[in-house]
Write a protein that binds this ligand. Structure first.
Ligand code: GAR
Length: 198
């Protein structure tokens, strides 16, 4: 059984898609061990609670001291022995100490092309607004490894998506999300199938 940890900040539609795809065996022999969130009021945290998934909340309030926060997060992650850590709409930077402790084990999904539509401030709707403003005719879903900088780790897969002439940021975000929900699970399944069961 492959152990997964999910990080999510918001509504968590990607998290829910991953959960459902595990149930449907589109992600094979996997279990979500933990949901980490900075936002205790998020849809992702309530979904985790309703589905008996352990949650761990980390933010300035719960962990005002940086080194205590890093130790506590790293200890909690280590105790899960994750085969893969999956950022699914997680809007905070992963500290470099955590990246180092889980080298090549953390992946992220980004709703646009990288590096053009990535980096600090480029998340969620901001990405789609920037894509519409720049009048490009294609965008992407990008899945990449996570390093200590926003959206800078090695790309695993970039799926091109057409931008229609009459698209708004909202219509584009809906279409991109529907790709994310299928594609992320497919890539997660490929990655965990390559790692040893231990
Ligand atoms: C998704 O579109 C995800 O790609 C994006 O936030 C949204 C979260 O939606 N992530 C980023 O922008 C990361 N830089 P969700 O909470 O419904 O899964």
């Amino acid at each position: 059984m492959k152990r997964l940890v999910i990080f999510a900040s918001g509504s968590g539609s990607n998290f829910k898609a991953i959960y459902n795809n595990i149930k449907d065996q589109k992600i094979e022999n996997a279990k979500i061990e933990l949901l980490v969130s900075n936002n205790s009021n998020s849809g992702s945290v309530s979904f985790a609670k309703n589905n008996s998934i352990n949650t761990f909340i980390v933010n300035q309030k719960t962990h005002p001291n940086r080194s205590a926060y890093i130790k506590s997060l790293n200890d909690r992650l280590l105790s899960c022995k994750p085969h893969l850590i999956i950022l699914a709409g997680y809007m905070k930077l992963i500290p470099k100490e955590v990246v180092e402790a889980f080298k090549n084990k953390i992946i992220n999904i980004h709703p646009g092309k990288l590096p053009e539509f990535g980096g600090k401030g480029f998340y969620g709707m901001n990405v789609h607004n920037a894509v519409i403003s720049s009048q490009v005719n294609s965008t992407a879903v990008t899945i990449h490894y996570v390093n200590e900088e926003y959206d800078k780790g090695l790309t695993i897969h970039e799926e091109p998506i057409e931008v229609y002439k009459n698209d708004t940021a909202e219509s584009l975000s809906k279409r991109v999300l529907s790709y994310e929900h299928k594609l992320y699970s497919k890539i997660i399944n490929q990655i965990i199938n390559k790692v040893e069961n231990e």
